[in-house]
Design a protein around this ligand. Structure first.
Ligand code: HPA
Ligand code: ZN
Length: 342
């Protein structure tokens, strides 16, 4: 593919709506934090860690992802993690991120939930002040755990709501999908919705289209994370198209977790061309081989996306973000000006 199109992608203003901050932990930082905190890792070197990133499915990834997250212990660790992600995002012309974080992964190890909030928020606020970088935080519940555990996590976080009101906008649902349908979390989502939180959930990554239906109908989410298995259900595809329900698709993730065998088989372009509100995101970039530009470039190359389609993907993400209409318009204007100039 032409390097001209790659340059166009690199310069495109972007928003990232599907990024697990724990999934941005690069092996180098993992090693440094393990040494500092006296955590034993089952790897001898950074190269060995990277070599272990050969996944057969979601669960084989999650096992390493949760093990890696154990090196995160102090407020500064969560700051360093988030700061490193923001540097990569800025380099990729990402203007805005709505990042996921998994408090249960940390509180289960005895880390206080305040430590997690504080470190992530400090990095986001610093980047806002220094670089005009915009960020928000979406607290995710781990779906392999019980709904009682999710409710307890929300209750533990609520005393922090005012202090983090500028950042903590929503709740989501992640981890092992199959066997843990959205219905399992109906109550906690009802509570979160009544409190005014924005709602998202992973659905249709490995799970069936029925999970996308129940994320919409039972949890009443406003975006579907992944959603690629929607294509198996024509009625659902029509529903997603008519409602312009955003899908936060993660192409390199889908490839690494064997959701697709070959990028050329990815349905992102088909869904986009059918009029669905598809977006491109990096999911767990340290584990899946690339940040935002790498995801855009791999997708554009494999699916022969044109400039108009790339602009539409970026536009979809700004439109699907949980910011004010005024802020959206500023980014959309910037995007249109970029598209005109190039
Ligand atoms: N799916 C589900 N849970 C996750 C993922 C994912 O892609 N990444 C981090 N937690
Ligand atoms: Zn994800």
């Amino acid at each position: 593919m032409s390097t001209q199109l790659h340059d166009f992608i690199r310069g495109l203003p972007k928003a990232e709506l599907h990024l697990h901050i724990e999934g941005s932990l690069e092996p180098e930082l993992m090693f440094a934090l393990a040494q500092k905190n006296g955590v034993q890792l089952p790897y001898a070197s950074v190269e060995e860690v990277r070599a272990a990133y050969d996944f057969a499915d979601l669960q084989s990834f999650l096992d390493l992802y949760y093990a890696g997250a154990a090196v995160l212990q102090t407020e500064q660790d969560f700051f360093d993690l988030t700061h490193a992600y923001i540097e990569r995002a800025l380099a990729d012309n990402v203007r805005h991120v709505e990042l996921f974080f998994d408090p249960q992964t940390h509180t289960a190890r005895g880390i206080h939930i305040t430590t997690v909030f504080s470190g992530i928020a400090r990095a986001l606020r610093e980047a806002r002040a220094k670089n005009g970088f915009s960020g928000a935080m979406i607290l995710c519940f781990l779906r392999h755990l019980s709904e009682e555990d999710a409710i307890a996590t929300l209750e533990a976080a609520l005393p922090l709501r005012d202090e983090y009101a500028d950042l903590w906008t929503g709740v989501g649902l992640d981890s092992a999908e199959v066997g843990n349908p959205p219905e399992k979390f109906a109550h906690v989502f009802t509570i979160a919705q009544a409190m005014g939180f924005r709602l998202v959930a992973h659905a249709g990554e490995e799970g069936p289209p029925a999970y996308i239906h129940s994320a919409l109908d039972v949890l009443q989410v406003e975006r579907i994370d992944h959603g690629v298995r929607a294509e198996e259900d024509p009625a659902l595809m029509a529903r997603l198209q008519q409602s312009r329900m955003p899908l936060t698709v993660c192409p390199l993730s889908n490839l690494k977790l064997c959701v697709v065998k070959d990028m050329r088989e990815h349905n992102l372009a088909r869904m986009l061309r059918t009029g669905l509100c598809v977006t491109i995101n990096s999911d767990d970039p340290a584990y899946f081989g690339g940040y935002m530009n790498a995801n855009y470039i791999a997708t554009a190359d494999a699916l022969e996306l044109g400039k108009e389609e790339l602009v539409q993907l970026a536009r979809n993400a700004f439109e699907a973000s949980f910011v004010s209409d005024e802020q959206k318009q500023l980014w959309l204007d910037e995007l249109e000006a970029y598209a005109q100039q190039h």
